[in-house]
Design a protein around this ligand. Structure first.
Ligand code: TRP
Length: 373
């Protein structure tokens, strides 16, 4: 019996089988041949590529063909501002920053305040719009280049976006939104319409420049249904289909099932959590792959493959040798669960301090990253 799980842009549940997702979504896996091809251009590979945290893609070989012909691409990614940013959100953004540096690419970053208003009964537009600019601080704190990075909240860039969304909407039927997103007759017309807005940045720079520019979208795999629709329609409009590279989810603190929920505080560490708060959450909630007693643990060792502290280190500890040592020591029983947690806490304390510092500095330069109309 295959295990049951759900992955849609608005719901992730159960233990996700990523190999099965590649088949079901019809994407391609990131294999060593592709990694070597990327490495030719970047010199080194980001640890999230080495560890196949970015495990799936669409048309990346085509994108590199174009790049090698001198046809440079831009990056597009985004955030649905429904609450505070947590560490899971940062995963695709950190990787996007690396891509920006390595390929000298421009980034278009979409804040879907409209989406979160439409899909969340409790959120008003004023609140999702406010959160868009709060979340933008986290994006800027990661070090994206001024002048090469455009961040926009949908409702404040509406004139430009709406004109292009209309062109997408004209080619999108309700049978498609039902089939692709599982929406129904009783869902609001706003929900059926929304995906057109998420499509726009995948071709907007081309539309504005009057010539086709390749686009690469780094994102978590749950957003793929949107871009399946996008690829189909923008092609009909005469633009390139965007390429994409997909990552797995950072597991929730409480266990490997599903992605972190921004609405359940114990399952996530927020970028605004003081290091001591993060430490407490990890000590109290981080799901452990260790044995029940120290004696048993020393004898049989722990299981890093289900241990959330170890799993988080795969995302945040860049040093392969260090990570391997931790893996082996935990497996053998030399390293205890509590000690493993402290390694993660130390790593994240340094990260959070620096990020929070960058976040405050970002307030002063926010305007220079925002585009509006
Ligand atoms: N819908 C996404 C979310 O809820 C936000 C988003 C908009 C996005 N455009 C994107 C995410 C492009 C990845 C890539 O989080």
């Amino acid at each position: 019996m295959p295990k049951e799980f759900t992955v849609t842009p608005w719901k992730v549940e159960g233990e996700v089988d990523y190999t099965r997702l590649i088949k079901e979504f019809g994407t391609e896996s990131v294999d060593d041949k592709l990694l070597n091809r990327i490495k030719k251009h970047t010199g080194e590979l980001h640890h999230m590529l080495r560890r196949k945290i970015f495990f799936s893609h669409r048309d990346l070989n085509w994108l590199l063909d174009e790049y090698e012909k001198g046809n440079k691409f831009y990056l597009y990614t985004g955030r649905g501002p429904s609450g505070n940013t947590h560490l899971g959100h940062l995963v695709p953004w950190m990787f996007t920053k690396w891509l920006q540096d390595k390929f000298g690419a421009e980034l278009w970053f979409q804040m879907t305040d409209d989406e979160k208003f439409l899909f969340n009964d409790k959120l008003e537009l004023e609140e999702t719009n406010r959160l868009a600019y709060e979340n933008a601080l986290d994006v800027i704190a990661l070090g994206f280049k001024k002048g090469k990075t455009k961040i926009f909240a949908d409702t404040d860039y509406a004139k430009t976006l709406y004109r292009q969304a209309l062109r997408v909407a004209k080619k999108l039927t309700v049978s498609t939104t039902k089939a692709v997103f599982g929406l129904s007759e009783s869902d609001s017309v706003g929900k059926h319409f929304f995906t057109t807005v998420q499509s726009v940045p995948a071709f907007l720079p081309s539309a504005l420049a009057g010539r086709n520019i390749p686009c690469l979208i780094p994102h978590a795999i749950d957003q793929d249904p949107h871009f399946r629709v996008t690829r189909d329609i923008v092609h009909k409009l005469g633009y390139y289909k965007p390429a994409a590279i997909h990552c797995v989810f950072l597991p929730a603190l409480t266990g490997p099932k599903g992605k972190m929920s921004a609405s359940i505080a114990e399952t996530a560490v927020y970028t605004t959590d003081a290091p001591e708060v993060a430490a407490k959450k990890i000590r109290k909630y981080a799901f452990s792959g260790g044995k029940d007693t120290v004696e048993e643990h020393r004898k049989h060792g722990g299981n890093p493959d289900v241990d959330v502290s170890y799993q988080w280190l795969r995302f945040f500890e860049e040093d392969d040798k260090k990570l391997e040592r931790i893996y082996n020591d935990y497996r053998s029983g030399k390293l205890l669960s509590g000690e493993l947690k402290e390694i993660l806490i130390e790593k994240l304390s340094v990260f959070l301090k620096r990020h929070q510092d960058g976040r405050e500095k970002a307030r002063k330069v926010l305007d220079s990253y925002i585009v509006k109309d």
